[in-house]
Design a protein around this ligand. Sequence first.
Ligand SMILES: Nc1nc2c(ncn2[C@@H]2O[C@H](COP(=O)(O)OP(=O)(O)OP(=O)(O)O)[C@@H](O)[C@H]2O)c(=O)[nH]1
Ligand SMILES: [Mg+2]
Ligand SMILES: [Zn+2]
Length: 224
Amino acid sequence: MEDYKIVEIKEDITSRNNLFAKEIKKELLERKLFYINVMASPGSGKTTLITNLINRLKNDYKIGVIEADIDSAIDADSISKNTGVKTIQMHTGGACHITCQMSYEALTALGMDDLDVIILENIGNLVCPAEFDTGATCNLVLLSVPEGDDKPLKYPLMFQVANVVAITKTDISHVFDFDIEKAEKNVHMRNPNIPFFVTSATQNKGIDELEQYFRKEIDEFIKQ
Ligand SMILES: Nc1nc2c(ncn2[C@@H]2O[C@H](COP(=O)(O)OP(=O)(O)OP(=O)(O)O)[C@@H](O)[C@H]2O)c(=O)[nH]1
Ligand SMILES: [Mg+2]
Ligand SMILES: [Zn+2]
């Protein structure tokens, strides 16, 4: 027998996080509040896509937004200015992901009463945000054309925890060696049967389909 103790810190932190996430999910269900966690790389088009979706949904659902960044309020300013919905900026103080505790603090700071949908724009990062369940009802994972169609092979967990995947910036596919069929195959290798959308938020391509997907999901959730 070795004369020392092994402490599985990571296991412990994520399992505690996951327990808390279950409590958040339960509360959200009671409140009939649909919580979307948007995860993707830096600059992959999260804010642009969220803005487009909110402007399509805001007349039918009361929406709030949590912007998470290491610093700055650029995205919260932009969402607030371009959609008019209630938005808060969360600063993570250097952390590159959102824990469940941070997620709940932000939900409380935004205020959950009288909202139907809350959208969290997570920190731009394809690695650790996937390890921390935020308590969200739905994980929307984006993959932009300039990043390459192989990312689901290199960052498996992010695509495994996704509930829906959207390829972004397909208006510039011709400039990059990005094969949409290959990307779809790679996503489905990690997560068979997951809904897969091909979009360009700036050109309004595939956004109708994504909007309809969310309308159906939100309505089914609220009816439960
Ligand atoms: N061509 C093209 N450019 C886009 C599209 N969506 C976003 N962009 C551009 O990509 C850049 C980054 O977009 P953002 O929406 O700020 O990306 P983000 O993922 O929120 O970035 P961070 O929050 O900084 O990680 C901006 O210059 C956008 O105008 C798109 O569909 N097509
Ligand atoms: Mg952003
Ligand atoms: Zn991290």
